[in-house]
Each structure stands twice: as C-alpha cells, then as structure tokens.
Write a protein that binds this ligand. Structure first.
Ligand code: B3K
Ligand code: ZN
Length: 864
C-alpha cells in the first residue's frame, strides 16, 4: 500500500519510443495460479535511447537476447520496468514469465472471472502480462498461441483470425490467433473457458464475409440476441455514415461478470461487462436494451476511431473517446429519436460532466498532466470530448466535417495520432484556422454565456448582446474566450419562425468567439418583437444565462420549434421553482407552471418518449451546481413537492394510461420503448402521489408487470412508500431473481438509490453483497453516493461514513474501482458546513490510513 501522492506524467515530456517492434509472438500456457507467458519480439532501433520495458507483478523465469540467455548483470529490473543497457540495433528478445490470474482482483491484466480467463489491458494492463513497452504509440503485429486444459477451457480466443488448433497430451489443447493489423498492447485480449455462443454472419460493403460471435455464460445464449442485432446495426451504420467497413474475418464479443467498466474495444475481440450484453424482456429494461445498443456500437466504432487510428499517448485519450462517443450518440439518434437522444445525452452531461468541471477534479478534455492514467477515463474526456466534436460540426458545418473525417481516415490510418493531427484535417476541409477552437481542449470549466436582447420596434431590429466567461478551475486562474457555435432561431410565437435578414428561414449559427459580441438582426419593417431561441439542440456545451421571467419562459416554451429547447425551457422553469420552494417552504408549488407542464406532457402524447422526459424534473446533481452552500436534503424536499404537484395534475391521465395494456408481444425497438417510457413515467408519478392507495395500485401493477421495464419501475416507485406493499414487492422481487446477478444488482441499486445511509449500510452487509464484483459494489456504493445525493450528503455524516467504509475495503482489492467511487466526494466543498466537515473528515481518514496510488490521486486532488 502506498501513501504518497502520485508523481505526475506530463504531456510536454512526451518523446517517441526509440525502438520499433514490428512483430511479436506470444505463447500462453494457461493455469489459474501460474500462467506461463513466453514472448518473442523482433526489435529495431529507430533513434538513440535506452531499451526499457514495462512489467508489473511478473515473475521472470528467463530472458534471452538473440538466443543467448542474459545474466542478471545484463539488465536492471525494478518494480515497474526492465532495462537492458546495451542492445544491438536489431535483435530478437525472448522473455519467459509467470503470472497468477487467480490472485488478480484488480481486474487489470489477465484475471479469472467465474472460472474463465479474461483480460483487460487498457490502459496499462498489458505490463501485468509480459514485459513490453506498454504505450499506445508502439504498434506491433501479434501472433498468439494459447494452450490450456481442454475440459475446463474448451474455447480459446484472442485477437484477429484463428490459425491452427488441436489436441495436446495430458488433456490439453491449443489454438493460434493472428492479427494482421499492427496494434498497441492496450488492444490485446485473451479469453478462455466454456461459453455458449450466439453466432451470426455479416457481409461488408466490400463483399467480405465476417463471422460474428457473442460468447456468454452457459445457458444464456438467447440473451445475446439483442447484442448481436446491435452489432450488425452498428456495422451497417458505420459503412453508411462514415464509409468505414470492418477489416477482419471474425468479430467476437465475450461477456464477463467481473469487469471494471462497460466494455473494451480489443481488436476483433471486444470484452464486455455482461450487464451490457445479456438482455431479455423478463430480466432487462428498455434502458438496458438501449445501453447495449449504444455500447456495442461504441466499441465497434472504436475499430476505426481508436484501433486503426490510435492515440500517440494517453493525453490524447479524447481523440478516440470523445470522437467515439459522438459516433455512438449519432448512431443512437439515427436508430431512435434524435431529440430524445439529445435530451438524454445532455442530462448525463449536465449531471456528471458539468459537476466534474465545477469541482476540484476539473481538468481539460486534453490535460497537460496526470497522476494516474486510470483516473483519466472521465465524463470530461468522454462526454465533453463528444460535445466538442458536435460543436465542431456546427462551427464548420456538416459538409466540411464529413470531408475532414474522410481526410482523417485516409491520412492517419495505421498511426498513433494527436488532437493536432485530427484538427489539421478539419482545417484542410473547412479552410478555417481552428487554433482558437482547440482552446476548448486545454481549458477546464463550463463556459457561461450571458444572453441579453434589445428590441427596437421603430427600426425592427433585434440586438443580441452575448458575453462569455469560463470559471476559474484548479491550476487555471485565467481563461481565454473559446469559439462557441450557438444555433439560433427567431420565433414568431405562433409555432413558426420570424423572417430576418441573412437568417435562413429564421435560423442561423451565431459564432461567439470573443469575450463579448453583439449581433444585430434586421426584421421586416413593422415586425412584432420575435422570441429568441438559442443554443438549439444544445449546439455548444455551455450554461446559458438569460434573465427571463417565468411568463417569458412559458411563452418561449409554447413558441419553440426545437424539441430540445422545449424540454430545456421547462427544465429551467422547474429549476427556478424548486429553488423558490426551497427558499419559501410554506408556499405551494406554482399552479401555472404545473398546469403548463402537465399540458405539455399531454400535448406530446404522440411522442411518448419525449412526453416521458418532460415529466423528469432536474435532478439534485444538477440543482447542486447552482447553489453554494448547498443543502441536498432541502433540495430533495422541494423537488419532491413539485413532483407531487405534477403527479396530482396528471393523476387521471396516469390512471387511464396504466389501465391500457403494455405493448405485446414485447419488442425492444424505439417505438415500443417510447410507449413503455411514458407508462413508467406515469408509474413514477403515481409513486410521487405518496398515498397508500397509490402504493396499493403500484403493488397491483407490480404483481402483473409483463416485463422488467415495468416491474422495476413499480419497485422503484414503491421503495419510497413505507408499508406492506413495499416490503412484499422487495421480497418477491428478490425471491424471483436471486439466481440472476444482473437483476439482483438492480434490486440493490433501486433501494440504495432512494434510501438512507442506514439502508445503504444494511445492503452493504447483505450476504449477496460482494466486494470482488464491481457491478455489485456499484449497485450499492455508486447508486447511493452518485444518484442519491440527499442520502449521501445527509448532515449526520452517516452517508459519507458508509461509502468511506466500502471504499476502504474495496481499495486493497481493486484500486481503479475505489478511485471511481471516491469521485462521489468531488462536490464536498459546496456542501453546507456540517456535511462539508463530515465529507472532509472521511477523505482525510482515508488518506491517513493509506490508499492505492489511484485512490490517493483522487483524494489528494479532492482535498487540495
Ligand atoms: N476504452 C475502454 C475504456 C477503458 C478504461 C480503462 N480504465 C472502453 C471504451 O471507452 O470504449
Ligand atoms: Zn470508448
């Protein structure tokens, strides 16, 4: 256990690796306790510099250079590296090491999950498998040979396409895999065990045949069908949208129960958290089906943005992640509803990324330094990274963007690239200088854009005064203006656009590039004052500040022609109202607002997925960001009051809607999911009524729920209504699903996500709570600390203690997971003084008792 603050790695210190390794052969002899890995690499010097390999936790059996075993004096070895001081300009190096997958609880490198071998190498897991320059800019062609006990591990998988395979003596067998595409070590993968497989095939736009396989737990094959459908849809989409085809004869996905995050894009062998593969209507919700589609797409899209074009160094992580999130968001928008997708993406961005950007862990999309690479897989790199690509499409236009992407694919295929390389393609395509746009990548913090309007009726001109400011963030006391593309429209108040000179059908893109800028728009003489719709479809990841009264906002919401902004106007209204109810606890919720919201829900019933989103009030995480010091419990009460009022206004609608049957037979498509989303929204509102009749009604719905989507929605609604129906539902659900770990994860999460610290503690002591399984750990710890801020930050400090205790127990087993859980403390400085003190105390105690390097990186930044 280390207690020092991690040393930081700096972008400015990048230097290319002095050697290239064109080809590598790896030979794995698999045993859970002692796997032998023999690696043979062909090395050539490119430039002066030492020959250093990374290696962590390896037992070195032997090392040979050009066939001669090296004596211990010929190399230096410490806990993290192996250096050979003197090497020829071209040579073959052979290493032979032993590793222990069964003791690997960190789930990085080669480990065991449910008796099977599984690997995770991004970012630095490969060095736990063999000695290697474990950095993304060293790309090699891999040949892999695996041997293992045939009965226990009948299926042996690695990257690329299969080669020879056969039986060996002693009940063992072997298989060979060849990957013709040079790749960095973080994309290496190996899986071995007994699985059921869902197979299919695909023919690419070039006429190439691809064998597809989804490998899952025995008996679960039919739950893999949706993942397969999603994969084929992603393959077609990337061909149509970006002209990118798959490039191997095999594409496999393996589902594993023990995985630190969602999934991993290893070349030709994606490894997935089983939560994002296994789905059937009885055990998975529409949200699960949607997440599977999106993550399968995301990992598949990495084949071009990440694998064929990879990152020069980990500072460029957003180059593959931001871009690939943008691609998966577009995929989902094309398959489902574009506005609904946009709203969901922005909800996630505001709740997670805006919060991160406003706290002690704020960092630029491309940071200049990091303490621990595992902690760089953040909402900022992913979600803000994706927003910047989207903003770029608006800034330079779709056509130039598409041209730029093709230039990128053509010019950088097979390379390890940088953000500069990427932007050079769009400069070429658009003819614009994008150096200012790249400031977005260097500056942390969410820009605030103030919008003021001046209307001159005599001349029929509207002047829009814009100003931008990015708040101070850690180590960045001053900020420069960034180019902000704001889609705008002038609304005539009757559902159409007002005409304006130079605006195409009343719409334009305003490019705010300076601190302050004014735009004057000329309308036809005699025009009435138009309403301004700005940052339509959330064209830039900023906070818009506008001094509009509730009446103005309601008028704007009614006049809107952009679905995202309609929803957003209601969000702004709801936010203002929740703060008012917090400040005036005696006063009733604003009836006009509640009626307008209820009316909007009814008016949009032809787009049920959108109507469902209108019923979702801004969550505490978002409200959190606008008050300091913040009182999450108070906010929760105020929010509940508004929600209850909305539930009352929609009670008759909810009853009518829920009397109708759920769509049957079940299909996971967008159309049916939309109808169910509206139904589950009504189930949620029924719970918000907070009466015993509502609890009875929910229990009746729960008992006959035809699918997991509705069953879980009922359970979620019931959990906050103490009484017999609630207790029975919790027990029935548990008994029905106790053998399905993914469903039991939901059971834990639904309770922790709405309960008290005491509930979270009780759940964390449940016999099924398992610290070695990340999904299970998160089902209580993340559900409580990240989605239940009122419970987590309760002033008695118990919430902080429960989570602190779980982190202290998880950290020795799985540092990456512990570090991720620690980020839930990131807002502690915003809390009211009592809760603030308790959060600080827990962080200090954790720091003082000693933590892993990953966890220490977060704690020290949070406390800084
Ligand atoms: N690239 C992986 C994430 C790896 C996280 C390593 N700590 C999954 C993804 O973003 O597609
Ligand atoms: Zn990714």
């Amino acid at each position: 256990m280390r207690t020092d603050t991690p040393v930081s790695v700096k972008l400015e210190n990048y230097s290319p690796y002095p050697f290239e390794i064109e080809h590598v052969s790896m030979d794995f002899s698999l045993e859970p306790d002692a796997t032998r890995v023999r690696t043979k690499m062909q090395v050539k010097r490119l430039r002066p510099g030492a020959f250093v390999l990374d290696g962590v936790g390896l037992t070195l059996n032997s090392i040979a250079l050009d066939g001669t075993t090296l004596s211990e004096a010929a190399y230096q070895k410490d806990e993290e590296t192996l250096t050979i001081a003197s090497v020829p300009d071209a040579f073959t190096l052979e290493t032979d090491v032993t590793i222990n997958p069964s003791k690997n609880t960190a789930l990085s490198g080669l480990y065991m999950s449910a008796g099977r071998f599984c690997s995770q190498c991004e970012a630095t897991g490969f060095r736990r498998i063999t000695y290697w320059p474990d950095r993304p800019d060293v790309m090699s062609r891999f040949h892999v040979r695996i041997d293992a006990d045939k009965a226990k591990y009948p299926i042996l998988l690695s990257n690329g396409t299969p080669g020879e395979a056969g039986a060996l003596s002693d009940g063992r067998h072997f298989a060979e895999w060849d990957d013709p595409h040079p790749k960095p070590s973080y994309l290496f993968a190996l899986c071995a065990g007994d699985y059921d497989v869902w197979r299919d095939t695909f023919t690419t736009m070039n006429g190439d045949h691809v064998d597809l396989g989804v490998y899952v737990d025995k008996g679960q094959a039919d739950r893999a069908e949706w993942a397969m459908e999603s994969l084929k849809a992603a393959m077609v989409w990337d061909e149509k949208r970006f002209g990118r085809a798959y490039d191997l004869g095999v594409f496999n996905i393996v589902a594993v129960r023990d995985f630190n995050f969602g999934a991993m894009e290893n070349k030709g062998l994606n490894i997935f958290n089983s939560a994002y593969v296994l789905a059937r209507e009885d055990s998975a919700t529409d949200a699960d089906f949607e997440a599977i589609e999106s993550i399968v797409g995301h990992e598949y899209f990495h084949n071009w943005t990440g694998n064929r074009i990879t990152c020069r160094d980990w500072f460029q992580l957003c180059l593959k992640e931001g871009l690939t999130v943008f691609r998966d968001q577009e995929f989902s928008a094309d398959l489902r509803s574009r506005p609904v997708q946009r709203i969901k993406d922005v909800m996630r961005l505001r709740a997670r990324q805006f919060a991160e950007d406003a706290g002690p862990l704020a960092h630029p999309v491309r940071p200049q330094a990091y303490g621990s690479i595992d902690n760089l897989y953040t909402a900022t790199v992913y979600e803000k990274g994706a927003e910047l690509i989207r903003a770029l499409t608006v800034f330079i236009g779709d056509e130039a963007f598409n041209r730029g992407m093709q230039i990128y694919f053509d010019e950088y295929d097979g390379t390890a690239s940088t953000i500069e390389d990427f932007y050079a393609c769009f400069e070429k395509a658009s003819g614009r200088d994008l150096s200012q746009f790249r400031r977005w990548y260097a500056q942390a913090g969410t820009p605030e854009v103030t919008v003021k309007e001046r209307w001159d009726g005599d001349s029929a001109t509207l002047t829009i005064d814009l100003a931008q400011e990015t708040p101070v963030t850690p180590k960045q006391p001053t900020k420069q203006p960034v180019p902000i593309p704001l889609r705008a429209a002038l609304l005539d108040g009757k559902g159409a656009h007002a005409e304006a000179e130079g605006w195409d059908k009343g719409e334009t893109v305003i490019r705010l590039e300076d601190d302050r800028q004014s735009v004057t728009v000329q309308l036809p003489a005699g025009s009435k004052r138009p309403l301004l719709s700005i940052n339509r479809h959330f064209s830039a990841p900023v906070r818009i500040k506008r001094a509009l009264s509730n009446t103005d906002l309601l008028a704007l919401a009614a006049a809107e022609t952009d679905a995202f902004n309609t929803w957003d106007n209601f969000q702004t209204l709801a936010k203002t109202e929740i703060f008012r109810l917090l400040d005036e606890p005696q006063s009733p919720p604003d009836e006009a607002l509640v009626d307008a919201l209820a009316e909007a829900v009814r008016a949009n019933s032809d787009d049920p997925a959108f109507a469902a989103l209108l019923t979702v009030l801004p969550d505490i995480g978002e409200l959190f960001q606008e008050r300091e010091p913040v009182d999450p419990a108070g906010l929760n009460v105020a929010r509940k009051r508004l929600r209850q009022a909305l539930a009352e206004a929609l009670a008759a609608d909810a009853e009518r809607l829920l009397e109708a049957p759920s769509p049957a037979p079940f299909k996971p498509n967008a159309e049916q999911a939309g109808i169910r989303a509206q139904r589950t929204a009504m189930i949620g509102l029924t719970g918000a009524l907070d009466t015993s009749e509502a609890a009875d009604r929910l229990k009746a719905l729960f008992d006959k729920a035809p699918n997991m989507t509705e069953s879980l929605a009922c359970l979620r609604a019931l959990v906050t209504l103490p009484g017999k129906p609630r207790d029975e539902a919790i027990e029935t659900f548990y008994q029905r699903w106790k053998d399905n770990p993914l469903v039991i994860d939901k059971w834990f999460a639904v309770q922790a996500g709405q309960g008290t610290a005491e509930d979270a503690r009780r759940l964390s002591q449940h016999p099924d709570y398992d610290l070695s399984n990340p999904n299970r750990v998160r089902s209580v710890a993340a559900a409580f600390s990240m989605t239940n801020l009122a419970g987590f930050h309760a002033p008695d400090g118990e919430g902080h203690k429960v989570i602190g205790d779980i982190i202290a127990r998880v950290d020795p087993l799985n540092p990456a997971l512990a570090a991720r859980l620690l980020t839930s403390f990131e807002q502690w400085k915003k809390l009211e003084p009592v809760a603030q003190a308790s959060a600080k105390r827990v962080l200090e105690e954790l720091r003082d008792q000693g933590l892993s390097k990953n966890a220490m990186d977060i704690v020290s930044r949070a406390l800084d």
